[in-house]
Design a protein. Structure first.
Length: 252
């Protein structure tokens, strides 16, 4: 018999003896066996009710805690995503975006609080962000080739993210990963990017706009998470802000 099982047996014997002593002394002093039986019977009837309530409450609490812990891990996973893919992709797309008005205030994130983040997230969710790749025809091939090479180099990393079943809990982030994979596939199938004409570039622009809108939203969400839980980590993000041309990683 294991030590743990032996301890449980000894504890159970002691508790049974205490029950016998308590109810036995009650009978010896008061001599009312009917009252003791009624009391025990009444309380036995409440045991299933107690178990039912505790089971449901505990299950709800445990499920909530497990979900919070899982979402916490996913939020931390976003840190890896932006370090590996997101920040560079934002920089590449932002550098050719014709419309910058919607992202102009993202230069000021170092002064934001939770209300500012919530307001920006609500704005981004209510309306798709304006994006149009403003690239001269003679530079399109080079731009698309650089984007294709970058996405191809990150393909394995992105696919590994998709294999995480917990990502289904984060619909917006899953949508972003899917949009990136689609853009990667579109570029990969075009073996000769010199053949991309205006109509085809317009189609690719739509795919880039989808990625860019979701990417900016997740970036703001990620910064809100860091600002709340890991404020020391957000300092580097501010110094490398892809929306601020004057951002400098060196502390001054």
């Amino acid at each position: 018999m294991s030590k743990r099982l032996s301890w449980k047996v000894k504890f159970s014997i002691v508790m049974v003896l205490l029950i016998i002593i308590i109810y036995g002394s009650n009978y010896l002093v008061l001599g009312d066996a009917e009252h003791i039986i009624s009391y025990v019977w009444t309380h036995l009837g409440f045991i299933p009710v107690d178990i039912l309530l505790v089971a449901f409450l505990l299950d709800e609490i445990i499920e909530k805690k497990e979900k919070e812990a899982m979402l916490e891990k996913l939020d931390m996973l976003m840190s890896t995503f932006f370090s590996e893919v997101g920040n560079d992709l934002i920089s590449q797309l932002s550098s050719v975006n014709k419309y910058t008005a919607n992202t102009e205030n993202l230069k000021l994130i170092k002064n934001w609080d939770d209300k500012d983040y919530d307001a920006k997230l609500a704005e981004l969710k209510s309306a798709s962000i304006d994006f149009q790749a403003d690239v001269p025809k003679e530079e399109r091939e080079e731009f698309l080739e650089n984007l294709r090479v970058f996405l191809a180099s990150k393909r394995e990393f992105i696919i590994n993210l998709m294999t995480n079943p917990n990502l289904l809990e984060k619909e917006e982030f899953t949508g972003l990963i899917t949009a990136i994979l689609h853009l990667d596939e579109e570029l990969e199938h075009r073996k000769d990017l010199a053949l991309v004409q205006d109509a085809d570039f317009g189609h690719l622009n739509g795919d880039m706009q989808r990625v860019y809108g979701k990417l900016v939203y997740e970036w703001v969400y990620y910064l809100k998470y860091l600002n709340k839980h890991y404020p020391y980590m957000i300092a580097l993000i501010v110094r490398t802000n892809p929306f601020d041309a004057d951002a400098d990683v060196y502390v001054k």
